[in-house]
Design a protein around this ligand. Sequence first.
Ligand code: HEC
Ligand code: HEC
Length: 281
Amino acid sequence: MKWLARIVMAVVVVALAAVGWVYAASELHLRSFDRPPPFAYPIATDPETIARGDHLVRTRGCRGCHGDDLGGEIMWGMASAPDLAAYARTESAATFDAALRHGIGRDGKALYSMPSYNFVRLRDEDVAAIFAYLRTQPVVERDLPAGSLPWSVRLDIALGDDAAIPAYLDLVPPLRRAEDANPAIVRGEYIAMTTCNECHGFGLRADSPWEGESAPDLMIVLAYDKDAFQHLMRTGKALGDRELNMMSGVARGRFAHFTDQEVEDVYTFLRDMSARASATQ
Ligand code: HEC
Ligand code: HEC
């Protein structure tokens, strides 16, 4: 039976080598991104800054993944979204910013599930306000298991068929209307490009780099007048009073916290974006 033992041995060795390669190649990818220059914007603690941070956390959906009490949650059975109040107390603003806008975790490795592409255009003062607000929130002592990347994800990364968050951030378009003469358009673009582009595509045109997107090109607002748009943002009900699978809950959870001015600004910007896009088609 010596030959059988040898074959079994050989199979085991080959399998272990393959697993080792997948692990090493995926780790190499996760560690291949540099930390950004350290965030140095001052962290203010006045009530207006804290209120601004609170508003940003509500409207940018941090609770959707980090838990209603911000105390952390396991997402998709693999990713561990940490307690943000605890994080903001134990980590520096620079570490926080590296995660939020650049997709690099506190251990220096690239994040895989945290949607930093949605936050990469946040202004420094808003990052500082979110950080300041989180530090005022109670720490929830919940036992969260550590997240771990499934082997299937590691294999895709090792083969170059998938990548971690920082690999995508350069694909998020810059703010194109930042110099617009109409301040409503400037404000509206900023909100849309740090909120709606989580799902509607990096440039809001159903243009995310991955397949299987379900959220439409936001040129769909051409079908909406101001009241219908306001109604969608406030109640989650689309044109014709339709309840939508995902968007309705997202609107009620996050966008109901927009001020009337913010809703109007987003509308003004999206109409302008759509008019420009139709003019060049
Ligand atoms: C779509 C879900 C989702 C949303 C929305 C989200 N996060 Fe996360 N976040 C995660 C997950 C999951 C992780 C764990 C790391 C990973 O698996 O990528 C994480 C990790 C983090 C980390 C720690 C990274 C580290 O390991 O050092 C910070 C800080 C963070 N998120 C802040 C925020 C803030 C602030 C917001 C809102 C502006 C936010 N997140 C919104 C899912 C999300
Ligand atoms: C977390 C994901 C997500 C975010 C964030 C999001 N949407 Fe959506 N949205 C969807 C999805 C998915 C649909 C398609 C309908 C559905 O399945 O809910 C949709 C549909 C829509 C529609 C079409 C409704 C119709 O008539 O069928 C509009 C308009 C819209 N979203 C506007 C916005 C705006 C404006 C923002 C930012 C303020 C935004 N969405 C942010 C996921 C999202």
